[in-house]
Each structure stands twice: as structure tokens, then as C-alpha cells.
Ligand binder design. Structure first.
Ligand code: CA
Length: 533
């Protein structure tokens, strides 16, 4: 054999082998589609047993994937939850303790690590961390909280270094975000790389403004009430009674749609006014009092919340259909979650924050064809938004940094039951009294069956719940001698977990500002600037 022939044969062997390796590698490394809602509770998902709504889109993910029933958040409000997901760390470690903080994007985050591992990363929709997204090949995010209609958004059109550009939009925010996600998937992603897309809705966050198609949905039905709509807060410490998040007292005229949003186009406004008829609603309200008025407000509120969820669910159907059409479904892990749960009238409330079940638990539904057993449930393992970062890294075959504080959920996806999996969970809400809804800062621990909470802003206020006997958490057993052994055990667990996670004895004060804050502000696009000049 001549040397030339040898080289030819080697080349013939080498090139296809390399190509095969590349194909194999991308097949092994799945795409990740993270679908994220804001304030979407399990009580408003039919797969979780809701008697108030049908969510066929989410139910499809559940039917083809796995539902987690004990996914707990570390700190149940918007910004802190997002910061925990970015970093895989508790709030005291990532510096984002309460809403209004500025996220220090210069720290280690999972998107940066995925990028380094060869993934294309994108975030579309609600970001709400105050500073420019870092670690993303593409971002197109709502400015701050973002409105339900005609949202201004900030985008990085790919020019480096990323400077956000303001872009205005007309339409319903949920659909705008979905269309952007679909456009990115269809036209803008790099097909040579696996992707990680964070597709993140504003809905169903307050103040629950439904899209034009959904305004009159549920008009002729009565939505079931939760058992605890008329909770009197007896049997617990003073915190529960002193909040300002009650359906009875805290819903505004805007919340109740006695006032229309002020940013609608004339056409949108006409559709809106026809649906809500504020004059008639004022008349109804004026003729009710006591429990009847609470019931009326509950119906007004819950229907709008559910209408917002319906738009998200319909859009999820479109996205799942696209994954099928594009042949992406098989190799894409689809994850659905929310930044925390929510009170859909339970305890007489809207909003979140508390370590009580409805807001501590967040939905987690995952589809991974060929790996996750379709229609499976995990009702036992305690999972958390603390685990998401490490899960994404594990899916991508990237290393999980030792200073991340969660665990990869991939073994649970595979149906395994790791021996060392957590059996208790630490929660810590910092925003505190005098801030939104006057909920005291508190921390606590739960093993899924019992829960011990310390409302330390009130001094020595402790609550202990037996979730099996009292799933609605109506009566604290803290002073009940029958529970003294359990109380001691959970107290010791709080001490152990605070040491494990290095929670400071004294709460970090105020906002931990990034060293060189790069506030997410945005500037005018070049053409607009020219026109203005
Ligand atoms: Ca939220």
C-alpha cells in the first residue's frame, strides 16, 4: 500500500468518524426548554387536580412526562426565586433577598456555564432581575414587571458587548412572548448547537388582565371556592391575621376591573369595556356586604387569574406542537414551573410569600422522551427551584460547581431514588413587615409532613403544623405537648440546615448592590434616535 493510499483511507475513516461523534454528542446532549410562569399555583393546573380550570397543554406535558408534587421554593417571591434559579443558591448567597434588589450578574450563573459547555442560551419574556441578563446568546425581556398589554421590551440584538435596546410592541403580552419564543426556535437559533431557552411568562401575575380572547370566558360559571376562603386566622400566630393580602380588604379597583388599564389602544379598550361593564360591576358591589361581598370579589379575581392561565396554556399547546413539527420533541427536555405558588383564595388571600403550602409549593412538570416514564409522579422526593441550575448543567453534561447548594434532579427524572436525597427543606422569606402585603420575614423547615416556622420579626412567634392531620395549616401545634418531640427534632433540623447553607445569624441588610451595577435600562434603537435628532 502506498503512502498516498494510506492517507486516503485514513481520511475516509477519520472524517465520517468525527462527523458521527459530533452527531452522537448532540444527540446525547438534549435541548432544554424551560417554560416558566409567574405566580402560577398547582391549584390552577388540572393535572394537579384543580377543580377550577382545565389546562390541556400542561396536562399533556404531565401525561407524557413526570409531575413533582413537593417542589418547594427557597424564598417565595418573584426576583429571589429567579436569582435562585440563575445561581443554584439561596438568597443570602446570591445577594438577591427581596424584590427591588439588583441582581449581580457578574457572579457564577448556570447560563454562563452552559454557554461555556457549548450550549446556545436564550431568555425571552419576564426577567425581573433589574440588571442586564448575562450568559445569554440572546435576550428579549420585559422591562421590569411588564404590563399585560403592549409591553415595552429590551432586547440584545446580538451586538457585543450587550447593550439593551428598547422595542415597543402592540398586543397581548403572553402571545407576544410566545411568538418571540417560536420565532427564535424557528429562525434564530444555531442548529449546530443544543439550546437552552428560558421562555418566561408574566402571567398570571397580579393584576390578572386577560387577553382579548379570554375576557368573557367563565362569565356564566361559578368557580368553586377553596375550603379556607373565610379563614379567621385563629389558631396561628399574629402574622397571618396582620397581612394585607386579603380578598376582603386588599384588592384594588384595578384588580377588580372596576377600572380599565390605562395603556390600551382604543380598539383594545372597547373590547375591554364591553367585557367588564364597570358601572354594572360597581352597582353589584354596592349591594353586597360581608361574606357575600367576599364571594363576589373572589369570583371577579379568580376568573381573571384563570383567564390569564388559559392564555399561557393555549400557547404551550402551540409550542409543543412546534416541537413535534420541527422534529425537536424527542431530544428536548421540556420543564414547566413557576417562580412560586400562590393563594387562589385559600386563607382568604391572593399573593404568595408565606411558607404555608400554597405558596411554598410550585408546579414542576418535566417531559423527557425516552428517559422519563410517561405519566409518572414523584410525590415523595422534596425538590426545589434550588435544584434547577444543577439539573440544567447535568442535562448538558457540564460540571456542577461545588458551591451550588441544590442537587441535580436528573436521577429523579430517571426514576431513581438517591439514598442521600434531602428529607427536609429550609425556607427563608426576607422582605418582611412594612413591605408589600406586610408579611413578616420568617424561616422554617419542613419534612413534607410537618412544618416549623419562625416569624422572627414578631419576636418569639413559632408555628408547628401537622400537614397530615391539618393540611390547610389552620392550627399550630407548637405549644401542644403531644408534639414536643417533633418540635425538638425540627428545631434541631433548622439549626443543622442553617449551618449547612451558611445562613448568617443576622439577616443581610437591604440590597446587596452589584460591584459595577449595569442597570437594565435600554436605549433607543439607532433609527429612532436618528429621527429624534
Ligand atoms: Ca412571582
Amino acid at each position: 500500500m502506498t503512502k498516498t493510499t494510506q492517507t486516503l483511507i485514513l481520511s475516509a475513516l477519520t472524517i465520517p468518524t468525527f462527523a458521527l461523534t459530533a452527531v452522537a454528542a448532540s444527540a446525547e446532549r438534549p435541548n432544554i426548554l424551560f417554560i416558566f410562569a409567574d405566580d402560577h399555583c398547582t391549584q390552577a393546573i388540572s393535572a394537579y387536580g384543580s377543580n377550577r380550570i382545565q389546562t390541556p397543554g400542561l396536562d399533556r406535558i404531565a401525561k407524557e412526562g413526570k409531575m413533582f408534587w413537593k417542589c418547594y421554593v427557597t424564598n417565595g417571591i418573584c426576583g429571589p426565586s429567579r436569582a435562585t434559579i440563575q445561581t443554584g443558591k439561596y438568597s443570602h448567597k446570591n445577594g438577591f433577598l427581596s424584590n427591588g434588589n439588583q441582581f449581580d450578574g457578574s457572579q457564577q450563573t448556570f447560563p454562563k456555564l452552559l454557554q461555556a459547555g457549548g450550549y446556545q442560551t436564550a431568555v425571552i419574556g419576564k426577567w425581573h432581575l433589574g440588571t442586564t441578563p448575562q450568559g445569554f446568546d440572546y435576550f428579549d425581556v420585559l422591562k421590569g414587571q411588564g404590563p399585560y398589554y403592549n409591553p415595552p421590551m429590551l432586547t440584545d440584538v446580538g451586538a457585543a458587548p450587550s447593550e439593551a435596546i428598547n422595542v415597543s410592541h402592540t398586543g397581548y403580552t403572553t402571545h407576544i412572548i410566545t411568538n418571540k419564543a417560536l420565532t427564535w426556535l424557528k429562525e434564530e437559533r444555531d442548529e449546530e448547537k443544543p439550546f437552552m431557552l428560558m421562555y418566561q411568562h408574566k402571567a398570571p401575575h397580579r393584576n390578572w388582565q386577560p387577553g382579548p380572547k379570554y375576557l368573557t370566558m367563565y362569565d356564566d360559571v361559578e368557580i368553586p371556592q377553596p375550603e379556607t376562603l373565610f379563614d379567621d386566622y385563629e389558631g396561628r400566630t399574629q402574622g397571618a391575621a396582620k397581612q394585607t393580602m386579603s380578598i376582603e380588604f386588599s384588592l384594588s379597583a384595578t384588580d377588580l376591573k372596576l377600572k380599565a388599564p390605562n395603556n390600551l389602544t382604543p380598539e383594545q379598550r372597547a373590547t375591554w369595556d364591553a367585557a367588564y361593564d364597570p358601572k354594572n360591576a360597581e352597582f353589584e358591589k354596592a349591594n353586597l356586604k360581608g361574606k357575600e361581598l367576599i364571594k363576589w370579589k373572589y369570583q371577579r379575581y379568580v376568573k381573571d387569574y384563570l383567564r390569564c392561565v388559559k392564555a399561557v396554556d393555549d400557547d404551550i399547546v402551540k409550542v409543543l406542537d412546534y416541537l413535534d413539527e420541527a422534529g425537536l420533541a424527542e431530544n428536548t427536555v421540556v420543564i414547566y414551573s413557576s417562580d412560586q405558588g400562590w393563594y387562589l383564595g385559600e386563607h382568604g388571600w391572593f399573593d404568595k410569600r408565606w411558607m404555608y403550602e400554597e405558596s411554598l409549593v410550585t408546579p414542576l412538570i418535566v417531559r423527557w422522551p425516552g428517559v422519563i416514564e410517561p405519566g409518572s409522579h414523584d410525590r415523595d422526593h422534596i425538590t426545589s427551584n434550588l435544584d434547577f441550575a444543577q439539573t440544567f448543567l447535568d442535562l448538558a453534561g457540564a460540571e456542577q460547581p461545588a458551591d451550588m447548594q441544590g442537587a441535580s434532579l436528573v436521577p429523579l427524572f430517571r426514576g431513581e431514588s438517591p439514598k442521600d436525597w434531602r428529607t427536609t427543606f429550609y425556607y427563608h422569606y426576607y422582605e418582611g413587615l412594612g413591605r408589600a402585603h406586610n408579611v413578616p420575614a420568617h424561616y422554617g423547615v419542613t419534612d413534607g409532613k410537618h412544618k416549623l416556622i419562625h416569624m422572627y420579626q414578631y419576636g418569639a412567634d413559632w408555628e408547628l403544623f401537622d400537614l397530615e392531620r391539618d393540611p390547610n395549616e389552620l392550627k399550630s401545634e407548637y405549644d401542644n405537648p403531644e408534639y414536643s418531640a417533633k418540635r425538638k427534632q425540627l428545631e434541631a433540623e433548622i439549626t443543622r440546615l442553617r449551618a449547612l447553607y451558611e445562613v448568617p445569624d443576622k439577616d443581610p441588610v437591604g440590597t446587596k448592590k452589584p460591584k459595577s451595577p449595569k442597570k437594565l435600562k435600554g436605549k433607543k434603537p439607532a433609527e429612532e434616535k436618528k429621527e429624534a435628532a
